[in-house]
Write a protein that binds this ligand. Structure first.
Ligand code: ZZB
Length: 227
């Protein structure tokens, strides 16, 4: 799979992360969270993003943080309308084996993300978050023949009712196809352009500005590794 890896710069650590990090990371160091996406053209609508770290490959470990430690951390997400930053939120269905295990949340176009934010908003205490971290208004980015908020539309018409609903896999397929083959950008610099045309342009812009890089990962890598 050819993903785009985004660089989300940390602006302010959560209290728990501060405790765990202590003086292991210099105060003036730039620290990034790196979600992998197949949808660079939707980055305007990033609101919250999900966490979970998995040990992956080999690297020099400066500090070891759990996903729950970083919940509430404020990060800057490239292109997002939320210019002052977005908060890291938990996602129960995030896969530790895909990409980096960090995901960016675009509830307008990703049914999984839409299902997650509804759940987070319903049970903020359970998830240990502040309700205001889950932005209420969802930004329309892509118009398709059925909707300008395809994820919400599918969630409702397919009667999905939780982030663990089996129907989400099908909803994701439909959203991918419809967005790519019949979507038109209704937000951002490439407004009016088809998603097929805008996608490589947004990707190039993110990469040229130093906010992202190409990231390839064979499908099912982890499965083949373990035999
Ligand atoms: C932003 C985005 C916006 C995404 C959208 C999708 C959609 P795939 O096709 O199965 O490879 N993702 C990345 N890493 C993980 C992970 N560890 N656990 C769970 N989800 C993850 O899925 C690739 C997409 O899955 C990525 O693209 C990322 O979410 C998420 F509007 O990034 B995406 C219809 C989908 N729309």
């Amino acid at each position: 799979q050819e993903y785009v890896a985004l660089k989300l710069k940390t602006l302010e650590w959560s209290e728990k992360a501060k405790e765990v990090i202590g003086d292991k990371v210099p105060a003036d160091a730039d620290v990034y969270f790196i979600p992998a996406t197949l949808r660079p053209e939707t980055m305007y609508g990033q609101m919250a993003f999900q966490d979970i770290f998995s040990p992956w490959g080999e690297y020099h470990r400066v500090v070891s943080l759990k996903g729950s430690d970083v919940v509430g951390t404020l990060v800057h997400a490239p292109l997002s309308v939320h210019e002052k930053g977005i908060r890291i939120l938990p996602m129960s269905t995030v896969k530790p084996t895909k990409g980096t295990g960090v995901v960016t949340c675009v509830p307008s176009d990703s049914p999984d993300d839409y299902a997650t934010i509804l759940d987070l908003r319903k049970k903020p205490e359970f998830y240990g978050i502040q309700k205001e971290w889950v932005v209420e208004e969802i930004l329309p980015i892509i118009q398709t023949p059925t909707s300008n908020l395809i994820a919400k539309h599918l969630y409702e018409t397919m009667k999905i009712n939780s982030p663990k609903d089996q129907k989400l896999a099908e909803a994701k397929e439909i959203a991918y196809k419809e967005g790519f083959y019949s979507g038109v950008m209704v937000y951002g610099e490439f407004k009016g352009m088809s998603v097929q045309d805008a996608k490589p342009l947004v990707k190039k812009q993110l990469i040229d500005s130093g906010s992202a890089f190409n990231y390839g990962e064979p499908d099912g890598l982890v499965i083949s590794r373990s035999g």
